[in-house]
Design a protein around this ligand. Structure first.
Ligand code: MG
Length: 427
């Protein structure tokens, strides 16, 4: 049920109130105190109410945080046994889902399996009528989060365009940047679960208005969030969308001291610009990056998708702190585009191949790639070569095998080699 970032599906067909009720019962059977919040999605309150009914039925004490960003809920729920966020992150508006947190970090595999087992077996712990739970509301989660961010950044007098995508960041990022001293121009910063301004995923194709507005207003930079604000992507002062690998390298170069964690599909740029820093590579998914950071005590972790983790704030990716930190860094160091141009960028090629029997194909591919060099089989198969690397992964959700190739000067050659290996392995 749990994917790499919680449970997600189309509202009222895949994720129904009946499922949400069972989900609440399952979580409530294990956790006596739970904080719950939701992003602005239209079905959010419907699903939240069903989850709450399940939690109360199991006897949990439930505290509602209201409409908040995911990183805000993750931080505020540290005071309770468990936090549940009703969100579908960057998915289109028809989706809804749940992310679950303990101690500010996404549930690990073992914690997820405990919930799944109860759901599968229907082994819910119903409370006696006199022991059913109580419900209360707190209004301090946003203040707690913004307070912790503002204590950690210095003031900045930049002109910043913020595109919240009508998501949960609308209630925090513009206010925090203003508090820091910035001149803030907002786009799509009224929460609206239909996402009328743009699709919730902050990628180059969805951020045309942000890029144009940065250019038209002569802003120092632009900021964009996904629907629940655990992600942040940026546009420089020339109106250029900054790719995830470059953004990751930008933060890593400034945050890393001893150790960082990144997923296995991250660019080699990171290895080339960091000196004396241990780089741990993990499975793809921000929850794996967070788990590794906890284990190694790293200072920073991230995913090229726009999830940036700063353990001194929390182990949940925090797009809002990332925005404040980025603004602080640009204020201190000068023109954003110039800072970015000093980071190298290597050509990358990606392609997905349709494949029904992924396991058989992957076994053949692993054997072939093993002949080229040392392989890493953490998530799919990655082979590192002198002039680049190849990663072949089975898709977690679709009947497809994906290849990623990065090389400074032999990208086409390696890509053709990898494509040939994958094509031969698919029956
Ligand atoms: Mg998200």
């Amino acid at each position: 049920m749990f994917g790499s970032s919680g449970i997600r599906g189309v509202a009222n067909s895949e994720i129904t109130p009946m499922f949400a009720l069972d989900f609440g019962l399952a979580v409530g059977s294990l956790y006596p105190e739970v904080m719950i919040g939701h992003d602005p999605r239209v079905p959010g309150e419907m699903i939240e109410h069903a989850v709450v009914a399940g939690l109360l039925s199991a006897g949990s004490k439930v505290v509602k945080a209201g409409m908040v960003p995911t990183p805000t809920l993750a931080i505020a729920s540290r005071d309770y046994g468990c936090g549940i966020m009703i969100t579908a992150s960057h998915n289109p508006a028809r989706y809804i889902g749940m992310k679950v947190f303990k101690d500010g970090m996404s549930f690990d595999t073992r914690q997820q399996e405990e919930i799944e087992d109860i759901l599968k077996n229907g082994s819910f712990s119903y409370a006696g009528w006199e022991k059913t739970g109580g419900l209360s509301t707190v209004n301090s989660a946003l203040e707690e989060h913004s307070g912790s961010i503002l204590r950690n950044v210095s003031s900045a007098g930049l002109k910043v365009v913020v595109d919240c995508g009508c998501g949960a960041a609308s209630v925090l990022t513009p206010y925090i940047l203003k508090e820091m001293g910035c001149e803030v121009i907002t786009l799509n910063s009224q929460p609206d679960g239909r996402f009328p301004g743009r699709e919730p995923e902050p990628v180059d194709e969805t951020l045309g208005v942000l890029k144009n507005t940065v250019n038209a207003t002569g802003a120092d930079l632009g900021i964009a969030h996904d629907g629940d604000a655990d992600r942040m992507m940026a546009v420089d002062d020339k109106g250029r969308f900054i790719g995830g690998d470059k953004m990751l390298a930008f933060f890593a170069a400034r945050e890393a001291k001893k150790a960082i964690a990144v997923p296995v599909d991250t660019s080699r740029v990171i290895d080339d610009i960091l000196d004396g820093v241990k780089i741990s590579r993990t499975k793809v998914g921000d929850v794996y990056v967070a788990q590794e950071l906890k284990k190694i005590g790293g200072e920073f972790g991230g995913e090229p998708s726009g999830a940036w983790i700063f353990p001194k704030i929390s182990l949940c990716p925090d797009g809002i702190y990332a925005a404040a930190r980025l603004v602080e860094l640009v204020e201190k160091e000068g023109t954003f585009s110039k800072l970015l141009d000093s980071i190298p960028e290597y050509p990358v090629k990606r392609k997905a191949f349709p494949c029904q029997d992924k396991n058989t194909a992957m076994a053949k591919i692993a054997g072939e790639l093993g002949k080229l060099g040392d392989v890493n089989t953490l998530d799919g198969v990655r082979v590192d070569l002198d002039d680049g690397w190849i990663l072949v992964r089975p898709s977690g959700t679709e009947p497809k095998i994906r290849i990623t190739v990065e090389s400074a000067n032999k990208c086409d050659e390696l890509f053709n080699k990898a494509s040939e290996i994958v094509r031969r392995a698919i029956p």
